[in-house]
Write a protein that binds this ligand. Structure first.
Ligand SMILES: [Zn+2]
Ligand SMILES: [Zn+2]
Length: 467
């Protein structure tokens, strides 16, 4: 029923680097590879049909191994050793284009970490497959890539095999249809092992590999993706929650704060997003001018009072809470300068890999490098705010007109005392109250007595998630 359940019975596609993760030399029967992989999946409840392609320099692979693999329906693909990784990845990207989810993918390789995991994590944020990894020597330790398991290859193979059973099934399997031999260097394929061996030792093949070998560089395809995408139908009318760090992205001098909400809404609408937008402004609101508070709250912007060193973690933990009540499709927008690097975007990008969310970003400074977080749209804060200005007074009218009536007056929350106020007056009163001031002092002194990073997470209540 849910996407999750569908994935448990959907097909499973396996890309296996036979150079990195070879079949153990000592008497291991190649026919055990498939049942071992199938068994590992079944133990986790994945029952879909498994397709396996083994990549590597097949001139080096003994004949009995090739025969063993093909007799169990494992496809064999030849590449030269240096290109194995890039060819495998290219094939995976192509497969994704032709096989929309639900499906499960597995990569057996020691070289996932780095540019491959970066690009794959970005792909997974747009199109979500259940992802499994296996490694022989070097596990992928990149935290931003969400996977269901990271198996050790030899352990996976060494589990008691159901070989006999599979042999029985194997006879029923139409092997001629199931197993193929490919040469990725020549774009050649055949179904006969004899013909395949002949091809690999042919002059034509040798020449092709010498003159025009497959590219060894990994092509990160998401690098060329556009920054702003029009909304897909399922996201077009879905909810949008906006978390706005007012310190990073302040209201410019002389700017009418009532225009912030219509500017954000207008920018989103231009891309086809017309779902209800809720906005929360994070800052030390003791320092926010009263006329800004008034103007923003009149347009239904909520406030969260936070101390400077917890604003980011507070924004993130609020997003975590929002996710519970808002499963995808839905969108969140982060207005902040702290999401540009890979470390900072880690939490958001894993959220996108798990659920059907879109992420929008606005910042006052464009990031130096492309983060692993895959956004559906990005704006410079100043140009986003200028959106309503360039369209003349029209938007402001709208702002006090019918569109805005539905929005409730802003909510005011003090993140220090966990105190919700219903009105701006009550909020201002709270921020200058004895109890609040005492709490702020208490936190300040506590903070100074603790290592900074430690406190950051402690206060924000997600200490066990971040590190
Ligand atoms: Zn060839
Ligand atoms: Zn307070």
């Amino acid at each position: 029923m849910s996407g999750n359940d569908a994935a448990m019975t959907a097909k499973i596609e396996v890309w296996w680097d036979m150079n990195d993760c070879p079949i153990p030399r000592e008497g291991y029967d190649a026919r055990r590879v498939r049942p071992s992989i199938e068994r590992a999946f079944k133990e986790l409840g994945y029952t879909g049909a498994v397709s396996i392609t083994g990549y590597g320099d097949q001139k080096q692979t003994p004949c009995h191994v090739l025969r063993g693999l093909s007799s169990t329906g494992v496809t064999v693909a030849h590449t030269n050793s240096e290109s194995t990784r890039s060819v495998m990845y290219r094939d995976m990207v192509e497969w994704r284009g032709q096989n929309p989810p639900p499906a499960t993918i597995m990569i057996i390789s020691d070289q996932v970490e780095g540019d491959l995991s970066w690009d794959l994590a970005r792909l997974q944020q747009r199109t979500r497959y259940h992802l499994f990894l296996a490694y022989s020597m070097k596990p992928c330790s990149d935290l931003f890539l969400v996977r269901k398991a990271n198996w050790q290859w030899e352990q996976l193979l060494s589990k008691p095999s159901l070989l006999l059973l599979v042999e029985e099934e194997g006879r029923g399997l139409s092997l001629s249809a199931a197993s193929m031999f490919y040469c990725k260097s020549c774009d050649f394929n055949c179904k006969s092992l004899k013909k395949y061996r002949k091809h690999l030792s042919s002059y034509k093949h040798g020449l092709k590999e010498a003159v025009d070998p497959p590219d060894t560089r990994l092509l990160c395809i998401t690098k060329n993706w556009a920054r702003n995408y029009p909304a897909t139908p399922e996201h077009a009318t879905a909810k949008i929650v906006v978390l706005w760090n007012m310190k990073d992205c302040p209201i410019p001098e002389g700017y009418d704060a009532r225009r912030v909400r219509p500017s954000i809404e207008r920018a989103l609408k231009e891309l086809g997003y017309s779902g209800p937008v809720s906005i929360t402004a994070y800052a030390n609101h003791n320092e926010t001018p009263v006329h800004h508070l008034q103007a923003l709250s009149s347009t239904g912007v909520d406030f969260a009072h936070v101390l400077p060193w917890v604003e980011y973690s507070s924004m993130y933990s609020d997003l975590e809470a929002w996710k519970v009540g808002n499963p995808g499709p839905a969108s969140f927008m982060i207005i902040s300068d702290q999401v540009s690097g890979n470390d900072e975007s880690l939490l958001y990008c894993t959220a996108l890999q798990r659920s059907n969310y879109n992420c929008f970003l606005a910042y006052s400074v464009r990031p130096f490098e492309m983060p692993v977080l895959l956004t559906s749209a990005e704006w410079l804060w100043d140009s986003l705010l200028a959106v309503s200005e360039t369209r003349g007074g029209h938007t402001l009218q709208k702002c006090s007109g019918s569109e805005m009536v539905v929005a409730s007056a802003g909510m005011f929350c003090c993140k220090l005392c966990y105190c919700d106020c219903k009105s701006l007056d009550a909020f201002n009163k709270h921020l200058s109250s004895y109890n609040h001031t005492k709490e702020e002092h208490r936190m300040l002194s506590h903070m100074q007595s603790q290592p900074r990073r430690h406190m950051l997470y402690k206060i924000s209540k997600y200490h066990d998630r971040m590190l």
